[in-house]
Each structure stands twice: as structure tokens, then as C-alpha cells.
Design a protein around this ligand. Structure first.
Ligand SMILES: *Cc1c(COP(=O)(O)O)cnc(C)c1O
Length: 467
């Protein structure tokens, strides 16, 4: 399997290099050079199989010959055996024709564990084969840093440094990061804001000698391997409801467009999907685009669903690539225009074609809380605010008799304040995290200065084998 850049200029790469590279050198995102296909018969054979079996079958064509099949299968099994529910991504019916696919049974209680737990193992496997090391450096406003830390902990070829704004994340968020006391995990609390953290990370990546010396890398949401691992639960959940003999629709609370793009990719592989429903909070660039045909940036406003507070949905470029008939130069041109003007049209025909498959709904904070409350009263289920947006969008969409599966992207205990405000109920942490507040913490507090962080990293890595 060869991968190509959405901007058509970067070299084609194999899976292992795409995994380690992340963003393409031309600024594009890597996608498969051709979509593998599963026939209806092949999809039917997956009925009743375990999540790990489905995962191996769905992902194998993307790996090519680069990781031996038996090694890959072993990594997949080990990854999902560690999850907190035997079904890994169980379905729960909450109304007639409406299901939740629970994606919060990983170590940090949010869907990013599903891709990242595997990606951490894939990184370590490829790096140790090559005799290389990397240093992952990232910034978090609180909710996603822990998934990267859990993915990289105790991996021989990886050190991970995660910056968070000191005193500006919740106790649960901080403890999910700082109680991981593995020797290769380094939590840095920055005396500043999340923007300061991000600026420092950007400055470190821009310092090329530093970047090369320590092999800086990221596991961000544009990494193809993350998308690949997310395709699996679209298959497993649709199979449970009768696919491929019955079409399903998915409702996905969306920020960077990575998760819902994985649903689109599942469709390319052959899964019959009737509709993809995109839920947004007040940061509604996608909803406005699906309504008007114009994509236009706006400032980011904070909401109850912080993991969806983004200005530009980076993975949307992968969808554009398909709608520009995989013409990377055309995509590069239109992305340049978007970057320059902050707004762009992709043409009426393309917009119509996208609208055939996608519908977007904006769900503000009040409606988010109202849907948490309504769902609790009707079913006894507590929804986290992100999932609530997905459910609200699913209920707004016109889907007839087609079953709708909403992706439940976080456990309610991850966002207890919003849930409590909406329902008066405090969502409890699941048993395996019940002692989180008692665990030992470890972190270092540093000023919001790039130099201080760079020195800290070199100090910590002194004596480690070179990257
Ligand atoms: C990251 C995240 C999202 C958004 O997913 P994208 O792939 O960025 O669209 C939604 N909900 C939760 C809980 C998340 O952590």
C-alpha cells in the first residue's frame, strides 16, 4: 500500500513512513493511494466476530507487507484486550431507531484511546525495528493530553513531554496525566495559558537543530494511522445492526473532522452508509459550510464540549481530495486560497455532492445541556456534552427508518460539571479509575519560556541513546 499526499507534491510513502511522518512535506495529509475494498460477502463474514478480529481484517490492507501479519494481529489483540468492556465498543439503544456506540472504555475514557492505544504500539514496533527513538512533544488544554500519554507510557523507543497550563485544567484532567509516573512520561505545567503552551511547542518544532537532535515528533489527529484505527468501530457497530444487509446512519460530534472522516472511509471500503450526520457546538464552521457552501473561519469560542472547540477542521482536506478527483494540485491551490482569505467556495457541484452524504447540525451549550437532561430522564443514561451534541444532531436529522448510531466520544465522568448542571447527578468515575484522586502525582512547573522547556527536555534526555 502506497500513500499519497492530498497536495500532490510530497513523495509517496509506505505505511511505516506515513505513521512516523504525520504531516506531508508539502503541507498535505497522507491518504491511501487507492481504497481497498471489502465485498458484501467479506463484510458478512465479520458478523459475530470479536472487535479485535474485525479490527485486524479491516486494517490489514492498509499496513501492506510492512509489519508482518502475525505481529500486527498480536498488537491489535493486546491493544483492545486492555479496554474496560469485553465488547470494546458496545452498542446501547436509547430510543426507537437510535443507538449509542460507546467509545469510552479505553484508559482515558474518550474515543481517542481507540486509535492512540494502537498507534503507540505501532510507533514502538517500527522504531525499535529501525533502531530509532522519537521524542513526542505536545500541548494540551486538558482533555486530550492524557490519551497521548497513556499511548506512549512505558514504550522503549519513545519519550513524551506534554505541556499543560498550570492551574487551568481540572483536577481529573491533570491527574489523568500526572499520575502516569512511567520514566518516559514527562508532564510540564506551564505558568501561562494554553496558547503559551502551543506557542512553545511550535517554537521547539521550528528549531530545526533541536528538532533533529531529539527526533521531535507528534501523534496529532492528522496522522493516517489514527484515522485507520477509527474505521473499525464503524464496521463493528454497523455489523451489529445488520450490515451489510441493512443501511445505517452515523451521527458524529465533530471537531477536527477526523472521526467522521473515518466513517466516510468505512464507506469507501464498502460499508453501506445512508448518511453521515455532523454535530458541531458554537464553533460551527462545518455546519455553516454544509448550509451555505462557503467555508469561512471564525474565532474560537469556549463551550461545554472543549474537544470540539476548533477553528479549522484539518481532516476536511482529506474529503476535499476525494471531491477534487484526487487532484492534489487543485487541493493545494484551494487550500492556499482558504489560508489567505479565511474563506473559500469549492463550487456548487462539489457542495451538492458532499451534501448527499453529509448533514451538519449546530448544537449550542443550552441545547447540549437540555439533551443531557432529556436523555437522562427518558433512559437513565448520562451523556457527556460531546455525545449529547451527537444525539441532538441525530434527533434533528431526517433518516426515516434507517437506524442511527451516535458515537459516544467521552464518558460523562470526564466532564462532570456540565453533566451535573444538566441533571443534578454527579457522574461517577468507572471502577478502574475510582482511586484517581488518591494516586501519586508527578509533574514539573516551568515558566512560559521556550528556552526553559528546551533546557528541561535536553536535561531529561541526557544520556539517552541518540534519536
Ligand atoms: C477529539 C474529540 C472529538 C472530536 O473528534 P474529531 O475527530 O476531532 O472530529 C469529539 N469528542 C471528544 C470527546 C473528543 O475528545
Amino acid at each position: 500500500m502506497k500513500y499519497v499526499s492530498t497536495r500532490g507534491e510530497a513523495p509517496d510513502l509506505d505505511f511505516a513512513d506515513v505513521l512516523l511522518t504525520g504531516l506531508a512535506r508539502d503541507g498535505g495529509l497522507y491518504v491511501p493511494g487507492a481504497w481497498p475494498k471489502l465485498s458484501r460477502g467479506e463484510i458478512k463474514e465479520l458478523r459475530g466476530r470479536s472487535y479485535a478480529d474485525i479490527a485486524v481484517r479491516v486494517m490489514a490492507p492498509f499496513i501492506g507487507g510492512e509489519i508482518p501479519g502475525a505481529d500486527f494481529a498480536a498488537m491489535v489483540r493486546e491493544t483492545y484486550a486492555g479496554f474496560g468492556h469485553p465488547a470494546v465498543a458496545p452498542l446501547k439503544q436509547i430510543d426507537e431507531g437510535l443507538w449509542l456506540c460507546e467509545l469510552f472504555h479505553g484508559p482515558t475514557l474518550a474515543f481517542k484511546d481507540y486509535p492512540l492505544q494502537l498507534v503507540g504500539r505501532l510507533f514502538d514496533h517500527v522504531l525499535s525495528k529501525r533502531g530509532q527513538r522519537v521524542t513526542i512533544v505536545g500541548a494540551t488544554s486538558g482533555d486530550t493530553g492524557s490519551a497521548a500519554i497513556e499511548a506512549c507510557r512505558d514504550k522503549d523507543s519513545i519519550d513524551i513531554f506534554i505541556l499543560h497550563p498550570h492551574g487551568r485544567v481540572t483536577d481529573v484532567q491533570r491527574r489523568q496525566m500526572t499520575t502516569v509516573t512511567s520514566a518516559n512520561v514527562h508532564n510540564i505545567a506551564i505558568q501561562g495559558t494554553f496558547d503559551d503552551c502551543q506557542d512553545i511547542v511550535k517554537a521547539l518544532f521550528a528549531d530545526l537543530p533541536f528538532r533533529d537532535r531529539f527526533g521531535l515528533s507528534a501523534v496529532n489527529s492528522i496522522n493516517w494511522a489514527r484515522i485507520m484505527a477509527q474505521i473499525v468501530y464503524y464496521f463493528s457497530s454497523a455489523l451489529s445492526l445488520g450490515a451489510p444487509d441493512r443501511n445505517v446512519a452515523f451521527s458524529v460530534p465533530t471537531g477536527n473532522f477526523g472521526n467522521v472522516y473515518a466513517a466516510f472511509a468505512a464507506g469507501r471500503l464498502g460499508l453501506p452508509i445512508e448518511k453521515l450526520i455532523v454535530g458541531s457546538n458554537a464553533n460551527d464552521i462545518l455546519t455553516r459550510f454544509f448550509d451555505s457552501g462557503t467555508m469561512e473561519t471564525a474565532g474560537v469560542v469556549p463551550t461545554l464540549s472543549p474537544s470540539m472547540d476548533i477553528q479549522i477542521s484539518s481532516n476536511f482536506e482529506r474529503l476535499l481530495f476525494e471531491h477534487y478527483r484526487r487532484d492534489g494540485r487543485a487541493v493545494a491551490k484551494v487550500m492556499r486560497r482558504f489560508r489567505k482569505n479565511g474563506r473559500v467556495d469549492f463550487g456548487k457541484a462539489r457542495w451538492r455532492a458532499m451534501r448527499k452524504r453529509f448533514e451538519g447540525y449546530r448544537v449550542g451549550d443550552n441545547a447540549t445541556k437540555a439533551m443531557i437532561d432529556e436523555t437522562y430522564r427518558l433512559t437513565g443514561e448520562l451523556l457527556d456534552p460531546h455525545t449529547s451534541i451527537g444525539v441532538a444532531a441525530a434527533r434533528s436529522a431526517e433518516t426515516g427508518n434507517t437506524p442511527v448510531i451516535t458515537m459516544a466520544t467521552a464518558h460523562p465522568a470526564k466532564f462532570p460539571r456540565a453533566v451535573e448542571e444538566a441533571t443534578g447527578r454527579h457522574p461517577a468515575l468507572p471502577p478502574r479509575l475510582a482511586d484517581l484522586m488518591e494516586r501519586e502525582e508527578r509533574m514539573d512547573i516551568l515558566p512560559a519560556e521556550t528556552r526553559a522547556v528546551a533546557d528541561f527536555i535536553s536535561g531529561r534526555l541526557a544520556g539517552r541513546p541518540a534519536a
